[in-house]
Structure formats: C-alpha cells, structure tokens
Design a binder for this molecule. Structure first.
Ligand SMILES: Nc1ncnc2c1ncn2[C@@H]1O[C@H](COP(=O)(O)OP(=O)(O)OP(=O)(O)O)[C@@H](O)[C@H]1O
Ligand SMILES: [Mg+2]
Length: 316
C-alpha cells in the first residue's frame, strides 16, 4: 500500500485543533504560538502513536505558515550516524540565508532519547549555538532518558495514551468518511488491541475494513491474520538473505502495529515450522537463542535484528 493510501496518513491532523485527546497540551501550545517570539524549545514525550510527531508538525505549520517546508529541519536521532551528522546538518541549516518573514527556523529531532549521554551533551551545545535563530522540538518516548540540562532548557509536554472514548470516536469519524460499516463492539475491540495507540488503532481498522464490516469478529481475525501472515513474510525474506528488508518489515510490525517482541518470536517460531525448511533445527535454535537474550534484558530491537541477520546467513 502506498503511504497516501494509508488512513493514518490521510487522517493525520493538519492543525492543532484537530489533534484529539491531548487537550491540555494543545491548549498551552495554542497560547504559546500566539506570540511565538518568546517560544522556548519544546520537548514532547509519551508512548507510541499518541500524536507527538503530528503535534510537532502542526506547531511548525502554524508558526511558519507557507514557509514551513523550507524552514523546518526534520532529523531522526537514531537514524543519523552520530552527533557529528546532527551538528553538521543543524549548522548548515542555521546558516542558510533566510529572508522570509518568520520568527525563527525549527528543528524537529525525533527519537532524541535514543542518543547516548555524550551525544546529548553535545546536542545541548548545538542547541545553544543555534538558539539565536532556531527553536528545537525534541521528541522522546521516555523523557527520563533525556539528560537534565536539556530538559531544563525546554518546555516539556507529556503526551498520554489516547482514552477509549477518544479512540472510538476518532475511529467512528474515519469509518464514516470511508464509508465503512462499524459497530460499537468492533470499535471497542480495536481499542482493546491498541491500548491507547491511535496509530495502531487506525491501522487495525483499515486492515479490518478490507475484510468487511468493522465488527468484533472481523477485528479479531484481522488482528490475528495481519500478525501471523506478516511474520511469515519476515521469515521468508530473512531466509532469502535480505536482512535489511526483513528488518524493516519487522520494525514496522513492532512500531506501527504494536506487536510485542515476545509475540513476534512466538509467531516466527510457528512460521519456521510451516516452512518445512531443511535446516529447521538450526532456525529454531537461532530463535531460541535470541528469545533467551531478550528475556535476560538485552535490547530487543537490536537482538531481533541480529536474529534476522543470523537467519539470513544460514542460507550461505
Ligand atoms: N492525538 C491524536 N489525534 C489525532 N490523530 C492521532 C493522534 N495521535 C496519533 N494519531 C494518528 O496516528 C498517526 C501517528 O501519530 P504520530 O506520528 O503523531 O505518533 P507519535 O506519537 O509521534 O508516535 P511515535 O512515538 O511512534 O513516533 C497520525 O498520523 C494520526 O493519524
Ligand atoms: Mg513520532
């Protein structure tokens, strides 16, 4: 499916007033951007799929208007190779001549909590050096992983899980616009699976709609179907040697669809049996090894990536 075909993108709020649930935060931000000259740097924290990135984009759009595209720099802290890259990009960005009538340029730095302590210390300097004509919006899942000196330079906003009422009414609104039939029990079932992660909820509803009505029963089967058949695919891709593709798909399942790491392992174990692969015992051995490592507390995304790499190597 193309990105534009995805309901999460199609219904991503364009203005702060369209963001659901985070009312207190939205109220404060609306007040802040009335006179943006005094706006401090912002730090958004909270779990997945609750509107952090969306809100950051709305803030930039509402402050910079038609200039938003040219005067916003979006970086992903965990994607960029190290703090040097961040420094170089921010430096170039702040130096870029700006004649537009805007109060400042904006840097959005997503997944800031994935940066090491040292990198964050360097980031603090970068923020200070750029502060004259730049504001930062830092985004983190876990605010306690952000070093204190950065926290104290930002106005912090803690995003909460989206409440059941807000999830179901948003889903209902989208279903009506899409002409999908949805009943109360179906929407409640989606909420139960997604636990306040609105991105997951909307994705699950779209997957369900392709089966038919949004009923309790269809939600259950699409939740099960997407899960297991997608994990089957991840295993197939890994065994064909395409580690990067397999990892991307795995990360999508976990981050976008909210599959837990332990479920992923359970399903990939089941998928291994279905393949009737001639090295089945090696495959199972690999899965068991990483299951154990994750259980002992190692970083699960890193471990699962390594597991896919090891599965890909089996073929060679
Ligand atoms: N509060 C919200 N109001 C309206 N839509 C929302 C909200 N939160 C999430 N969504 C929907 O979910 C999608 C993803 O939201 P967003 O990218 O803002 O999540 P996030 O909090 O940044 O998550 P992550 O931590 O995974 O990056 C949006 O495109 C939108 O469709
Ligand atoms: Mg985000």
């Amino acid at each position: 499916m193309t990105e534009s075909g995805m309901w999460v993108e199609k219904y991503r709020p364009q203005r702060l007033s369209d963001v659901v649930n985070q009312t207190e935060i939205i109220g404060s931000l609306e007040a802040l951007i009335k006179d943006p000259t005094d706006m401090p740097h912002l730090l958004f924290s909270g779990s997945a799929g609750v509107g952090k990135t969306t809100t950051a984009l709305c803030v930039t759009r509402q402050i910079l208007g038609e200039y938003a595209k040219d005067y916003t720099l979006e970086l992903n802290a965990s994607d960029e190779r190290g703090i040097e890259m961040v420094r170089e990009k921010v430096k170039k960005f702040t130096k870029m001549a700006g004649f537009a009538d805007i109060p400042f340029k904006i840097v959005i730095l997503d997944e800031a909590d994935e940066m090491t302590g040292n990198a964050q210390t360097a980031l603090r300097r970068i923020i200070e050096d750029a502060a004259e004509n730049c504001r930062f919006i830092l985004i983190a899942n876990n605010v306690s992983k952000i070093i204190e000196p950065i926290q104290s330079r930002c106005a912090t906003f803690k995003f909460t899980s989206v409440s059941e009422g807000d999830v179901t009414s948003r889903l209902d609104e989208i279903a009506r616009k899409e002409g999908a039939k949805a009943d109360k029990k179906g929407l409640k079932a989606i909420y139960d699976y997604s636990e306040g992660d609105l991105r997951h909820a909307i994705n699950l509803m779209q997957a369900t709609a392709s089966l038919g009505a949004i009923s309790d029963e269809n939600v259950k089967s699409s939740a099960g179907l997407t899960k297991t058949s997608d994990v089957d695919k991840v295993l197939k891709i890994a065994l064909s040697g395409r580690v990067t593709d397999a990892r991307e798909k795995m990360i999508e399942l976990i981050r976008v669809y909210g599959m837990s790491e332990s479920d992923f392992l359970k399903y990939i174990n089941a998928a291994a049996f279905k393949t009737k692969h001639d090295r089945l015992s090696d495959i199972l051995e690999v899965i068991a090894k990483y299951d154990y490592r994750i259980l002992s507390g190692a970083n699960s995304e890193i471990q699962l990536s390594a597991m896919l790499a090891e599965l890909a190597n089996l073929e060679k």
